[in-house]
Write a protein that binds this ligand. Structure first.
Ligand code: ADP
Ligand code: MG
Length: 261
């Protein structure tokens, strides 16, 4: 079983689009997938057509009310389950402030869960707070979606430092295993940034840390309006626009992810 957190402290880089469509692609390939939405904005939850109302069992109940994962899990499709998010998650930081081990709650809940999955995919919020720490404590791997513009490398070192710290203090086995270019436009600038990122990780291979084994995936997710439209229809790209570039890119990327097994 692989447990992968999709993380980048920047918003709007493609974390949710990538976690949702990779989850759907893996499920279509016959893998049993659990997608956990850790973002109070609940974009992954909405992407699958669920509208978190006031009374809506979600990850909030697991983290704050001590509910079990099975009490809030919903089946979305064949082989695909979701732990939904809710706006209430925005208050978790304060509510858990005095709870020792608050970064480990999800990890313990996963350990006591009786359902088996091939992939657990965690869609992180754009911050480094307690929700992201719960994902990083539960994961074995981190995938970093990146938008290749000129500040991409700038935020990357901060992100890698955080992951390194978590790998030292909270989760010894944690590794960055994938870097994904999203909303790729093939401009000269995007190509240059992509080369810089490749060079950065190639250099990192000579060191020994949580990201020295990272794969920069060959498949780049091109900018494709169908990917931006799909959430409002409540479907993955494979249901909404199966012959789009977006579907093609996420299928190729998923094949690379399966090759890592
Ligand atoms: P994050 O989760 O990192 O905040 P999202 O996945 O929500 O980022 O993406 C931000 C916005 O960009 C969303 O409106 C999404 O639909 C859109 N988007 C993501 N990837 C693509 C793409 N490859 N092409 C076009 N639009 C995209
Ligand atoms: Mg998101």
């Amino acid at each position: 079983m692989r447990r992968i957190a999709f993380m980048n402290q920047k918003g709007g880089v493609g974390k949710t689009t990538t976690s949702v469509n990779i989850s759907a692609a893996l499920a279509l390939k016959g893998k049993r997938v659990l997608l956990i939405d850790l973002d109070p904005q609940a974009h992954a939850t909405l992407h699958f057509g669920l509208e978190p109302q006031v009374e809506f069992p979600s990850l909030y109940d697991v983290l704050v009310e001590d509910k079990e994962l099975k009490d809030v899990r919903q089946q979305i499709d064949e082989n695909l389950w979701l732990i939904p998010a809710h706006l209430d998650l925005a208050g978790v930081e304060l509510q858990l402030a005095s709870i020792p081990g608050r970064e480990m709650i999800l990890r313990d809940k996963l350990a006591s869960d009786d359902m088996e999955f091939d992939y657990i995919i965690m869609d992180c919020p754009p911050s480094l707070g307690v929700l992201t720490l719960n994902a990083l404590s539960s994961a074995q791997e981190v995938f970093i979606p990146l938008q290749p513009h000129f500040l991409a490398l700038h935020g990357l070192s901060k992100l890698l430092q955080t992951i390194e710290l978590v790998a030292k203090r909270l989760n010894k086995g944690l590794r960055v295993s994938g870097v994904i270019f999203c909303m790729y436009e093939g401009t000269t600038l995007a190509k240059e940034v992509a080369e810089d990122v490749l060079a950065f990780f190639a250099q990192g291979k000579e060191t020994s840390n949580s990201w020295s084994g990272a794969t920069v995936f060959n498949t780049k997710i091109r900018r494709n309006v169908r990917l931006a439209e799909a959430p409002s229809f409540g479907h993955s790209i494979f249901k909404y626009a199966p012959s789009s570039n977006g579907a093609e890119d996420y299928e190729l990327l998923t094949a690379e992810i399966l090759e890592q097994e």
